[in-house]
Design a protein around this ligand. Sequence first.
Ligand code: MF3
Ligand code: CO
Length: 258
Amino acid sequence: MIVIKTAEEIERMRVACNAAAQVLSAVAHEVQPGRTTVELNNVAAGLIEKLGGKSPFLGYKGYPGHICVSVNEEVVHGIPSQRRVQYGDIVSLDVGIVVNGFVGDNATTVAVGVVEGRTQRLLQVTEQALHAGIAAARAGNRVSDISRAVQTMVEANGFSVVREFVGHGVGRKMHEEPQIPNYVSSGPDPKLKPGMTLAIEPMINAGASDVVMLSDGWTVVSADGAPSAHFEHTVLVTDGDAEILTWLKKSPYESKAR
Ligand code: MF3
Ligand code: CO
């Protein structure tokens, strides 16, 4: 069952998503050579608490971090550690928050200084693919219209879509129906309706699409070791264009969750 949010629930989603965007922005600004990934985690943890929220990732199926930090060939679910970010790395940050009973979920990949040309292009194309997917998230369209828009943008640019992980509905729970693959799949293909809130999140590899799970049970890496990028927004389906609920509205330094 896909939850259609009421006007009141949408207001609470707005608060959670604005908070999620603030935390992601704050952490992204802390990414610099020499920072450990657990320091990035701790910046997020402090701000999440200050905003009156909790991390929906911490403890989820035993996940040990407040956020996910995935470097270079790491695709998603990197566990914060003593690893130091280096000049030339790319760092994917996945940040969620639950505030007042609702979840906001978003992710971005940042370059640490100047990165290889093809890697820079990977970041651009993954963000563009996210926005192509968001543009297809219109009432009357289907989930597969989002999937197709993402996949087309990615493959036209010579990159590949990770199959094993998908976007999702989001609301009182971090993962609600529907699943939103970043490729056209043979799975369920519901129609989009106003009031649905969706986390659209392409995970895109510079090389082949295959991924491998590391022995920590969480970190997913590209099988060929090529870089991978991840961008995510939580959006609201409306009668017109989708509204990006995790678009940053206020500086983390001047705003509080209500
Ligand atoms: N944003 C991720 C998702 O949508 C977060 C889950 S990672 C975990 O699935 F750490 F919580 F498992
Ligand atoms: Co998500």
